[in-house]
Design a protein around this ligand. Structure first.
Ligand code: P6P
Length: 332
């Protein structure tokens, strides 16, 4: 049972049994993410002081300017995950292809693959708005002893063994699930320890916050336009409040605490929306569902979608169960 103010280390040890079939690797994997997040947090928190903000002059596979902190965070998470003999492959938003990790004995005998968005919302860095890290963990599906293949990464979200996010906000939090509920840990930067501050997080079934970039209104499908008008009209306790930070982790974290819905739909300018299935939507969907919320593409459960490519995008409706179901009614 989660006890408030437990440290993350104590929590992992006490809940080791949750990590099915794992002889401690998954615990060590969560621990390595914890460490990398501390290192990245240190840099994020002083981004304005040290010349590491601003574009790194590179453009990533998404065609987005890479911020220097993007590159730094990506390097740190990959380096930390590579050094621990647990992971056999990593896919990152910042890398065109997946990375094969053969292990110290070069025998490809590590059990897990990790998919990661190392610094989501990074365009917010230069304006001092919160950003996040999102990770998703699977057991490999190809035989141990052989190099990972794309099949190890193109698994349905319902196969995830763990998923989580770090939100670098007014405080830094690590929120994750291993399929036994969702727990949030707040970092005390003075001593570098995470404490269990949000045990057993529950997504309110209802809410009055809707999060969508209404600047794209004219390009939305009619159903989305109609749902936005539903949120704004004066009946049944509406209008809702519009809250949109432009940082997926922050928007969903707030909505999970207060109740609300986050939508990034397809549009006439982006036929599958903007968010990536493998390292944004699936991990957030796992967390949201484990907290009692819902996540779909407007029609189908996100975690049942069969991935076809590493960086594929999907429309994303995510949040309070009753709000997502109402929005889906408008999408019929
Ligand atoms: P837009 C950040 O780039 C991101 O991937 C999410 O974190 C965020 O919710 C969304 O894109 C913002 O996109 O098009 O509204 O600026």
């Amino acid at each position: 049972m989660a006890k408030k103010n437990q440290t993350l280390g104590e929590f992992i040890i006490e809940n080791q049994a949750d990590f099915q079939y794992s002889s401690g690797e998954l615990s060590r994997l969560i621990n390595s993410i914890r460490l990398a997040a501390k290192v990245v947090n240190h840099e994020v928190n002083k981004a304005g002081l040290v010349d590491i903000t601003g574009a790194a002059g590179e453009v990533n596979i998404q065609g987005e300017d890479q911020q220097k902190l993007d590159v730094y965070a990506n390097d740190k998470f990959i380096q930390t995950l590579t050094n621990r003999e647990i992971v056999c492959g990593i896919a990152s938003e910042e890398n065109d292809d997946f990375i094969t990790i053969c292990g110290q004995k070069e025998d490809h005998n590590n059990k897990y693959v990790v998919l990661i968005d190392p610094l989501d919302g990074s365009s917010n860095i230069d304006v001092n708005v919160s950003v996040g890290t999102i990770f998703s963990i699977y057991r490999r599906v190809t035989p141990m002893g052989s190099p990972v293949t794309i099949d190890d990464f193109l698994q349905e979200g319902n196969q995830q063994v763990a998923a989580g996010y770090v939100v670098y906000g007014t405080s830094t939090m690590l929120v994750y699930t291993t399929g036994h509920g969702v727990n949030g840990f707040t970092l005390n930067p003075a001593i570098g320890t995470y404490y269990l501050s949000h045990p057993n997080m529950q997504f309110p079934e209802d809410g009055n916050i809707y999060s969508i970039n209404e600047g794209n209104y004219n390009h939305f499908p009619q159903g989305v336009k109609d749902y936005i008008k539903y949120c704004q009209n004066q009946e049944d306790g509406r209008p809702y409040t519009a809250r949109y930070i432009g940082s997926l982790v922050s928007d969903i974290h707030r909505n999970m605490i207060k109740g609300g819905i986050y939508i990034y739909p397809k549009s006439s300018t982006s036929s599958n929306g903007k968010l990536r299935l493998l390292y944004e939507c699936n991990p957030m969907a796992f967390i949201v569902e484990q907290a009692g919320g819902k996540a779909s593409d407007g029609h189908q459960r996100i975690m049942d979608l069969k991935p076809t490519e590493l960086h594929q995008r999907v429309p994303f409706f995510c949040g309070s169960k009753n709000m997502v179901e109402k929005a889906e009614e408008f999408m019929k």
